[in-house]
Ligand binder design. Sequence first.
Ligand code: ZN
Length: 251
Amino acid sequence: MKDGARSSLPQYLHTSFSAADTFSDDRGQAFAVVAARAAFGLAPTARFFTGATDLWLGSTDAPDLADWGKTAGELCVEWYPKIIKLLDSDGFKPYRAVKINIGKHGGIAATGGDTININADYVRNHKDDLGMVAHELTHVVQAYHTRGNPGWLVEGIADYIRLSHYEPKARRPRIDPDRAKYTDAYKTTAIFLEWSEKKYDKELVKQLNAAMRKGDYKEELFKQYTGKTVDELWKEFADSLRSNKRPVKSS
Ligand SMILES: [Zn+2]
């Protein structure tokens, strides 16, 4: 999904392995983080090897962000298998490669297929925003190939992975129950999904994702999984926000 405009893809570079950078994840897969290296006048590129999956980090016009890029790549090495597990579905075969480009792209970032394009200027001004990488990486895992999936839910699930799993302790936006809607996408939808899971079905997001991957998504699935329509869920969620409001101190 686009979280900004897309631009042309840069070239990738192969680099050699460094045994010192090898580690493994909780599935016992061996990973090797290949040291970044400049070549042919291009900025450093690293390759993250995960056995079944290659993670490529490319950066053709942001050499100043090589360290940030390495951190983003390591995040992907750690979180790609975790998100695959969180959004697993029958017969799902994740992309074998994840590619990250940091350069002159519009908006914040955009992901298409296995490729994440990140706007270098955005990173320069928001170096702490690694949650954005978790969001984009979720789009790679979603791997939806049909057009019928609602954009608010696609973006809501990406931010749900980010907020509920990657950075559960991060400060969250306040949702105005009188103005917000579940179709607002991003964090509003993410927090609504998390609440719905906790209250009614802890597999809700995994199941919605599975339907979207198959091209079978329909709104009635909320009722099927939780016993409530999405509108009923939202009304309850909004009411819970109202009752959680701290009493206003009168002066
Ligand atoms: Zn997105």
